[in-house]
Design a protein around this ligand. Structure first.
Ligand SMILES: *[C@@H]1O[C@H](CO)[C@@H](O)[C@H](O)[C@H]1NC(C)=O
Ligand SMILES: *[C@@H]1O[C@H](CO)[C@@H](O)[C@H](O)[C@H]1NC(C)=O
Length: 555
């Protein structure tokens, strides 16, 4: 039953109010805001993609020299046991790329790049201090962070296809928009971006039928599976595990239609309290709408907007308003039986019989004490990697509004905070390519190429450009940012309860932050070394100098 849980609708339970809260939340996502990518002409290779490939190749030569790749790989024994073609770090050796491309910038010789810009000692001490900063207690934490410093660059837009699993309320809508305007380019016409698989939705599940339609239309117009132009997809739909008994529909789909691609994963995560607060407000309870209406009314009366209980915001009173509205709708529906929503009618019946059907919505402490928390808000990061530690069965990143209803990972065999930290550093950090839904020795799952952290958006976006070697956009898209942050009505005590209750989600989040710290340090080192070697701000077009300056990183 646990394995199947992600195929159930998120709020499939007796209290039908959730369906209403949910449909309310859905109705806030206007259809116009969702993007479609229907069939387009089969334009395959653009001057831009050739440039990108060349730029990538130059970089690969530089980095290959800088980090003495052969030595690094030989120190990672777990990788060398892999044989899968085109799937391992070994088989994507930069040396191969270096031999197969001409250097278009002969006045920028590789030999100028100084491999000793940063010493091993400096790296080790940085890794140790980052591990300490994020309270990592796994004995392997520092050494895994050192490996993260040495992780070779291996994104290849021609070979790779990435899937962005956008967890609900993680800031992924803005990232989807950013993917359109970078990896998706060229922008053909209307809402179409050539690099993004049609059926991708910034705020919906992956539409496999729509994707298939575009693929078939391209095949009919002379394309081959090898020549399809897609570089990535985004949706609320999970990809992992691709292999094994819990293999996802999306995984099967990509394997069938992109047989020669290396599948890779991309995701976003968020502070565990913010994540729950946002879900509570917007998915479970539809509070954002009520607060907005409340504040609009205040502004109309010449008053200021308010966001906190101290200022006089009473969430419970807004829930009373919401219930009034629901009861009124039920009354109206009575006149039009054909328009009746069954879930709403039974909620009204329950409410009239004296049950408070939105009790969990009245305040964060109502939620924390409610069975709805146990049911939906335990171990919410299960969807990020598909499990928290190596001994846990894989599964559960697939369909639905985050696939709530996970077993608390703290109850699973083999769980410890250290095990979660270590597994996150390896899996989310893209360091262990042996992880497989088929078990030990199975075909490797897509590795994480990039991830973002919502509350570290600037760094996430800077690392995104850097990882994918794409030119920064002028204005970073910002979607669904609320006037009142949902955490504004969470007390310090409410937050502390989540922290205590969810050690695994915190362990995952702390490890993710440590990886991001390493990646930022690594970016600084690499950029510095390249500038010293004669590169310029113009030639390093994928470095977002402006946003780096905003967070006081200058060169
Ligand atoms: C690390 O632990 C200290 C002491 O318990 C705490 O004050 C700090 O907030 C923790 N930092 C993180 C990132 O968890
Ligand atoms: C908030 O609203 C509820 C009604 O849902 C009411 O019982 C409560 O007294 C209000 N709290 C404050 C502080 O006004």
């Amino acid at each position: 039953a646990l394995q199947r849980s992600h195929f159930r609708p998120a709020f499939d339970n007796k209290i039908s109010s959730k369906h209403i809260a949910q449909s309310k939340a859905i109705s806030n996502h206007t259809p116009a805001a969702m993007k479609r990518h229907p069939a387009i002409s089969s334009l395959l290779i653009t001057p831009r993609s050739i440039l990108l490939l060349l730029a990538t190749s130059i970089y690969i030569i530089v980095i290959g020299t800088q980090f003495k790749l052969a030595k690094i790989i030989s120190t990672h024994h777990d990788r060398s046991s892999l044989g899968g073609a085109g799937r391992t770090l070994l088989s994507s050796s930069p040396l191969h790329h270096a031999n197969s491309n001409n250097d278009p910038q002969p006045n920028n010789p590789v030999s100028k790049c100084n491999p000793s810009d940063t010493s091993e000692q400096q790296i080790a001490s940085l890794a140790a201090s980052i591990a300490q900063k994020w309270n990592l207690t796994a004995p392997t934490a520092s050494s895994l962070l050192i490996s993260q410093f040495h992780k070779p660059f291996d994104y290849d837009p021609q070979r790779d296809f990435f899937h962005f699993h956008h967890l609900y309320k993680s800031g992924g809508t803005s990232m989807s928009d950013l993917m359109d305007k970078t990896i998706g380019l060229p922008h053909l016409h209307g809402e179409y971006y050539e690099g993004i698989l049609p059926g991708s939705y910034r705020s919906g599940d992956l539409n496999h039928a729509e994707a298939l339609k575009d693929i078939q239309s391209r095949l009919e117009h002379g394309a081959t599976l090898e020549s399809l132009p897609y570089k990535g997809a985004y949706a609320h739909t999970g990809l992992r595990p691709v292999y094994g008994p819990e293999g996802t529909k999306t995984g099967q789909f990509y394997r069938k239609y992109f047989p020669n691609k290396r599948l890779r994963a991309v995701t976003m995560l968020r502070d565990p309290v913010d994540f729950r607060a946002s879900n509570h407000a917007m998915i479970m309870c539809g509070l954002n709408h009520e607060v907005e209406v409340f504040n609009r009314d205040r502004v109309a009366r010449g008053l200021e907007r308010i966001c906190t209980p101290e200022e006089g915001l009473n969430i419970s009173a807004l829930i009373d308003v919401k219930i009034e509205g629901i009861l009124q709708k039920c009354q109206e529906e009575k006149q039009h039986p054909e328009k009746q929503i069954k879930a709403r009618q039974s909620q009204c019946a329950l409410q009239k019989s004296g049950v408070d059907t939105l009790e969990q919505c009245r305040s964060p402490s109502h939620l924390l004490n409610h069975v709805q928390y146990q049911k939906h808000y335990r171990s919410m990061f299960h969807g990020v990697m598909g499990r928290y530690h190596r001994k846990q069965p894989f599964g559960g990143t697939a369909y639905g509004r985050m696939g709530y209803g996970y077993t608390p990972v703290e109850l699973t065999k083999g769980y410890s905070v250290q095990a979660v930290e270590e597994y996150t550093l390896k899996d989310l950090g893209g360091l262990d390519l042996t992880i497989s839904g088929e078990g030990e020795g199975g075909r490797p799952e897509p590795d994480f190429l990039w991830f973002g952290i919502t509350e570290r958006m600037v760094e996430s976006v800077v690392l995104f450009y850097y990882t994918f070697r794409v030119r920064p956009v002028k204005k970073v898209p910002k979607a669904r940012v609320q006037d009142c942050r949902p955490t504004s009505w969470w007390t310090e005590q409410d937050k502390a309860i989540v922290k205590e209750r969810e050690p695994a989600d915190y362990a995952l989040w702390r490890a993710a932050n440590a990886i991001m710290d390493v990646r930022m340090e690594k970016l600084k080192m690499e950029v510095k070394a390249k500038l010293n070697a004669g590169e310029t701000k113009e030639s390093l077009f994928y470095v977002d100098w402006d946003q780096l300056e905003e967070i006081v990183i200058t060169f």
